[in-house]
Design a protein around this ligand. Structure first.
Ligand SMILES: NC(=O)c1ccc[n+]([C@@H]2O[C@H](COP(=O)([O-])OP(=O)(O)OC[C@H]3O[C@@H](n4cnc5c(N)ncnc54)[C@H](O)[C@@H]3O)[C@@H](O)[C@H]2O)c1
Length: 452
């Protein structure tokens, strides 16, 4: 019997929804709303009825940044509801609240460390977990978010305890929530789950501010398992030290897998490299592209740290719209599977999902890789002229930063093959978007805590 296309009611709860990644994912879904790449029928996943029928909140077809052209063709879902949860501890996150409410999202302010608060949240079909203190320096006592002024209860607590409470404690409460509501979870994880010791062991030389590798030898001798010229793949070591931040993300991943398996709710884990785009909050230890561009444009001093002060360190980058498209594919496929469900088999064991790895690297890959020196030269070409005044001082300091590594490029081939997905936004288009945002928002670093 052919499937009848009925309207689907879908409720997404995005934690950290006023942060950079959470807000961009929310905007993408509110603008695009396709939750399936295939023919779907109806029905929310949660075992409890989703309250009410939701008004059609569809925003105009374009999200204003060119992302509408990147839609996977699919069924439009008129009943999409998006709830955002945030404690607004990230400086700048408060600026996202009103625009997201205007687009149709509901914003609930609260702290995921509070179990009672999480228990009080409305039932949803999927949690997209984007709440964290996402700095590799977090918990050490030096990062700005270690004691945010707007969360006074934290002031006297140890920074490391705070970090664990936010990043892991919050996730545990959300896993209990998913268990109770049988909601699926998409966990936005990080490249920082990979071993800092192994990352530091990658043999390299620095010549003229450029990292050089003997890839033929590294690959033929399999010097470091999981490493190739394509990047670091999922087999790369996860042996500590990772950073406190990386360890909380890895612990969240492990617990999420256990909960998903034990309590039969779908789970996808996306280990992301640098995510970047307009609206990112820029600090030296988080949001480096935004931070560097703003400081260059508005003539604040800049410092290249470590690696002989060369700026040779390399990272990849991905636009959050590309992550949102992947999340859409992951949720869409899981919904399709649940509708064909005949048995009480665990959802993740259903035929088309069984073969898919739960955790994948998600990145712009080697094509998107760049060094800090390259970013600096790009800024100089764009803003170095006298029209903007004298360029401010650049200090080159050969002093290592904790948990820094020369080359962090994720190989995302597994995600590409598994989900038939690939990033549509290239590095230069991402940089251009951030640069335009910087030109239009001269106070952005003050808003996002990026001024020392
Ligand atoms: N931005 C990146 O380059 C990047 C890369 C890899 C992974 N990630 C992951 O993506 C997610 C989002 O990162 P982001 O760049 O948007 O960071 P962000 O700081 O911009 O957003 C995080 C949001 O979570 C909120 N939050 C933190 N703790 C909370 C709590 N206990 N209760 C409620 N809200 C809380 C903050 O106020 C903030 O709005 C994080 O999980 C991070 O680990 C980010």
């Amino acid at each position: 019997m052919p499937l009848e296309a009925k309207p689907i009611t879908m409720h997404l709860l995005i934690t950290g929804g006023c942060g950079f990644v959470g807000s961009r994912i929310a905007k993408w879904f509110l603008a695009n709303e396709p939750l399936s790449s295939g023919p779907l029928s109806s029905g929310p996943l949660s075992s409890e009825p989703v309250p009410g029928s939701y008004p059609d909140r569809r925003a105009p077809a374009s999200s204003g940044d060119g992302s509408s052209g990147s839609l996977t063709p699919g069924l439009k879902i008129p009943g999409l509801k998006i709830t955002l949860v945030d404690n607004l501890m990230r400086p700048g996150s408060q600026t996202n609240r009103a625009p997201l409410e205007c687009l149709g999202a509901e914003v609930i302010l609260g702290d995921l460390r509070q179990r009672d608060f999480v228990e009080s949240l409305p039932a949803c079909d999927w949690v997209i977990d984007c709440a964290a203190n996402p700095s590799v320096l977090a918990g050490l006592g030096s990062a700005a978010l270690d004691a945010p002024a707007n969360i006074p209860s934290q002031a006297n607590q140890s920074p490391s305890q705070n970090l664990v409470d936010h990043n892991l404690g919050g996730t545990i409460h959300l896993l209990e929530y998913c268990k109770r509501h049988r909601a699926g979870m998409v966990l936005v994880s990080s490249s920082r789950v990979y071993s800092i010791r192994e990352l530091s062991r990658i043999p390299h030389q620095i010549k003229n501010s450029v990292l050089q590798f003997d890839w033929d030898r590294i690959e033929s001798e399999n010097l470091i398992p999981g490493l190739s010229r394509q990047g670091i793949d999922e087999r790369f070591s996860i042996e500590p030290p990772l950073s406190l931040y990386g360890a909380t993300k890895l612990a969240s991943e492990w617990l999420a897998k256990e909960y998903s398996n034990a309590f039969d709710f779908p789970l996808w884990i996306n280990r992301c490299g640098i995510l970047a785009g307009s609206g990112q909050f820029g600090k030296a230890d988080q949001g480096i592209i935004t931070y560097w561009m703003h400081r260059f444009l508005y003539r604040h001093p800049l410092r290249m740290l470590g690696f002989q002060g060369s700026g040779a360190q390399v990272r990849d980058c991905l636009h959050p719209d590309d992550l949102a498209r992947l999340v859409q594919l992951q949720i869409g496929e899981s919904i399709g599977e649940s509708q064909g469900r005949q048995t009480q088999q665990p959802l993740q064991n259903q035929p088309s999902l069984r073969s898919k790895p739960i955790a994948v690297n998600v990145s712009g890959g080697i094509e998107s890789a760049f060094s800090l020196q390259e970013l600096h030269e790009w800024c100089a070409r764009r803003w170095g002229s006298e029209r903007f005044g004298a360029v401010s001082e650049l200090q080159r300091i050969d002093q290592p930063r904790p948990y820094d590594a020369p080359w962090i490029v994720l190989d995302s081939n597994k995600a590409r093959q598994t989900w038939n997905w690939e990033p549509l936004r290239d590095r230069l288009s991402i940089w251009e978007e951030i640069a335009e945002h910087a030109e239009e928002n001269p106070n952005w670093l003050q808003i996002s805590g990026g001024i020392d």
